[in-house]
Design a protein around this ligand. Structure first.
Ligand code: GDP
Length: 542
C-alpha cells in the first residue's frame, strides 16, 4: 500500500516530468531523427515493393516538396518522441520513483540494493524472467570489481536487458548470441545470417505486407494484404483498427477495406462503421444474407479482391458464448482467408490453403491489464497462431513495464502501441524509444538524445571489462569472492543515490556502491554493517 503522501509526491513528480517533457519537445528541434511514426509502415511497404502510386508521388524530387517533407518529418519526430514519452510518464514516474524510494529505505531495513532492485522491477511489472536476468548480470558484471556501480551503470544495464527482453538487442553482439543460444537456436546458423537477412530481421517490429513477388491469389489482379485483428472486449481493438486504417490511408495512400466480423457484441458493427467514416475508408458489414462472422469475412474478401483493395483489416469478436466457441470461430475464419486467398489447386482441384495469409495475426492487449491477459493470449497463440501484439492505452497506465513481460513471455514482437483515443494516437513500436521513455533516458528524461547510445557503450565496456577480469582472475576457490554469480560476491549496497532518472527529483547526493571482496576502502566496513542489518531484519521478522 502506498501512503497518500507517497501518492502526492508521485503526482507532483509526474507533473514536473510532464513539464520537462513538454519543454523538451519544444526545444529539441536540433536533434532531428527520422519520423518514427512513418517509418514502419513506409519501410514495410517499400520492402514489399507494393505498387502504390500515392507512395511514389511522395518520392518526388521537386525542391519545395523535399523541404516540406523534412519540415513535416522533423515535427513528427518531435511529436512521436513526446507522445511515447508522455504516454509512458506514469509508468516511468513510478519506476524511477520506486527505485529512488526503496533505495532511500536501505539504511532502515537493511535490504541490499539487489533486493531493492528486485522489488522495484517486479513492481514495475517487468516480470520475473527479466528481473532475474537483470539481477544475474548485475552480480556477474560487478563480481571481482572494485568499481562503483552507479546510476549510469544501473541504467545502462536496465536499458540493455529490457531491449534484450523485447528481442531488440544488437544483432551479432555476444549478448544477442547468448539470448539466441538460450532460446535454443542453432548458433552457427544465427552467426551465418547474411547482412540482407539481418536488415530484414531487425524489422521484425514492422507490420508485414503482401509482396509483389508473392504468387497472386486465384482470380486476383492485385496483391491483397490481410491483417487479422483479435482481442477481448474492451481492449481497444475497434479503436485500433480505425487508427490503423487512417494511418494506412493517410501515410501510405493505401486503399483500405474494413471487415466488420464482430457480429456478437451489440453495437460493434456500427462502431467500426463510424471509424471507417472517420478514417475515410470503406467498411463491409453484415446484411440479411451475410451475417455470421465467417460469412461476413468471405463477403469482405470477395469485395477486396474484385475491387482491388490494398489492405483488408478484419475485426473479430472478443467474446462468444464461451471461449471454446470463440476459439473455434477464429480458427474457422483464418481458414476462410487461407482458402479464399489460395494460389493454386490440389490434384482433386480443390484450392490449396495459402498458409502465408493472413499477413499478420495481431492480438490487441490493454497495457494496464497486460499480464492478466497472458493466459488467454497464450491459449490463442497456441490455437490460432499470433504474429505480433498491439499494446493499447499506454497513455493512461502506470504498467508500461508489462509490455516487456507480455512480449517476452509470449515470445512475440510488439508491433504497434496506442497512446490515446484520437485517430492519430497509434504509434509504431520502436523498442529503443520505448525503453528510453520508460527509464527516462535521453529526451524522455530531459537529457541529450545521445544518452541512449552512451549507455549502450557503457554496457559494452562493462561486459568487456568483466570478460577481461575473468581471463586474468585467479582460479575459483570455495570462497564467495571467487564465484562470479555468488550472491555475496555480487551484493551491492547503497550509500545514497542522486537523481536516478536524470529527473528533477529530490535532493540527495551519493552513489550506489557494490561490496566486492576486497573491494576498496570501506567495503569491509560496509559488509559488516550489512551483516548487522540482515541480522536485525531477521530478528524483526521473528
Ligand atoms: P474493443 O471492445 O476491444 O473493440 O475496444 P474499443 O475499441 O471499443 O475501446 C474501448 C475503450 O478504450 C474506448 O473507450 C476507447 O476509446 C479506449 N481506447 C482504445 N485505445 C486507447 C488508447 O490507446 N488510449 C486510451 N486512453 N484509450 C483507448
Amino acid at each position: 500500500m502506498r501512503s497518500s503522501t507517497q501518492l502526492n509526491r508521485d503526482n507532483l513528480t509526474a507533473m514536473s516530468l510532464l513539464a520537462i517533457i513538454s519543454m523538451m519537445a519544444l526545444t529539441t528541434t536540433s536533434s532531428f531523427q527520422p519520423p518514427v511514426s512513418n517509418t514502419h509502415i513506409h519501410r514495410s511497404l517499400d520492402r514489399n515493393k507494393m505498387n502504390n502510386p500515392a507512395a511514389s508521388r511522395t518520392s518526388s524530387t521537386e525542391l519545395n516538396m523535399v523541404f516540406d517533407f523534412f519540415k513535416k518529418a522533423q515535427t513528427e519526430a518531435t511529436e512521436q518522441m513526446s507522445a511515447i514519452a508522455t504516454g509512458l510518464a506514469k509508468s516511468r514516474n513510478q519506476l524511477l520513483y520506486n527505485l529512488e524510494d526503496s533505495l532511500a529505505l536501505d539504511s532502515k531495513n537493511g535490504m541490499t540494493l539487489m533486493d531493492q532492485l528486485e522489488d522495484t522491477l517486479l513492481q514495475a511489472d517487468l516480470g520475473m524472467a527479466t528481473t532475474d536476468d537483470v539481477l544475474e548480470e548485475a552480480r556477474y558484471l560487478r563480481s571481482e570489481s572494485t568499481e562503483i556501480f552507479g546510476r549510469d551503470e544501473i541504467k545502462a544495464l536496465l536499458r540493455g536487458k529490457l531491449l534484450e527482453a523485447l528481442g531488440a538487442s544488437a544483432r551479432g553482439s555476444s549478448e544477442y548470441m547468448r539470448v539466441q543460444k538460450r532460446a535454443g537456436k542453432d548458433i552457427a546458423a544465427v552467426a551465418a545470417v547474411s547482412e540482407d537477412e539481418e536488415a530484414d530481421n531487425s524489422n521484425s517490429f514492422a507490420l508485414k505486407f503482401a509482396s509483389e513477388d508473392d504468387p497472386k491469389p486465384l482470380s486476383s489482379k492485385k496483391q491483397l494484404t490481410v491483417h487479422f485483428i483479435m482481442g477481448a472486449n474492451g481492449m481497444g481493438k475497434t479503436t485500433t483498427i480505425g487508427k490503423l486504417a487512417h494511418r494506412l490511408k493517410a501515410e501510405a495512400g493505401q486503399k483500405v477495406l474494413l471487415a466488420a466480423c464482430d457480429t456478437f457484441r451489440a453495437g460493434a458493427v456500427a462502431q467500426l462503421e463510424r471509424w471507417g467514416e472517420r478514417a475515410e475508408v470503406d467498411c463491409f458489414s453484415p446484411n440479411e444474407t451475410t451475417n455470421g462472422p465467417s460469412a461476413v469475412l468471405y463477403g469482405a474478401l470477395d469485395k477486396a479482391i474484385t475491387e482491388e483493395y490494398d489492405v483488408l483489416l478484419v475485426d473479430t469478436s472478443g467474446r462468444l458464448s464461451n471461449n471454446d466457441a470463440l476459439t473455434a470461430e477464429l480458427v474457422k475464419m483464418k481458414r476462410v482467408i487461407q482458402k479464399r486467398m489460395s494460389t493454386g489447386f490440389d490434384e482433386k482441384v480443390k484450392p490449396i490453403l495459402n498458409l502465408q495469409v493472413p499477413h499478420e495475426t495481431l492480438l490487441v492487449i490493454d497495457a494496464a491489464q497486460g499480464r492478466m491477459a497472458l493466459d488467454s493470449a497464450k491459449q490463442w497463440d497456441k490455437e490460432i497462431g499470433l504474429s505480433g501484439l498491439i499494446l493499447t492505452k499506454l497513455d493512461g497506465s502506470a504498467k508500461g513495464g508489462s509490455v516487456v513481460a507480455v512480449s517476452r513471455e509470449l515470445g512475440l514482437p510488439v508491433k504497434l502501441v496506442g497512446v490515446g483515443e484520437g485517430i492519430d494516437d497509434l504509434r509504431d513500436f520502436e523498442p529503443e524509444s520505448f525503453v528510453d521513455g520508460l527509464l527516462g533516458i535521453g529526451v524522455a528524461g530531459g537529457g541529450s538524445s545521445k544518452e541512449g547510445k552512451a549507455l549502450e557503450a557503457r554496457l559494452t565496456q562493462m561486459r568487456k571489462e568483466r570478460t577481461q577480469r575473468a581471463k586474468t582472475a585467479p582460479k575459483p576457490s570455495s570462497s564467495p569472492a571467487a564465484s562470479p554469480m555468488g550472491s555475496s560476491a555480487g551484493e551491492m549496497t547503497l550509500q545514497g543515490l542522486e537523481d536516478i532518472g536524470s529527473m528533477d527529483m529530490e535532493e540527495g547526493v551519493g552513489e550506489m556502491q557494490m561490496i566486492t571482496p576486497g573491494g576498496g576502502a570501506g567495503a569491509g566496513k560496509n559488509k559488516a554493517k550489512n551483516k548487522n542489518k540482515k541480522k536485525k531484519k531477521r530478528k524483526n521478522k521473528k
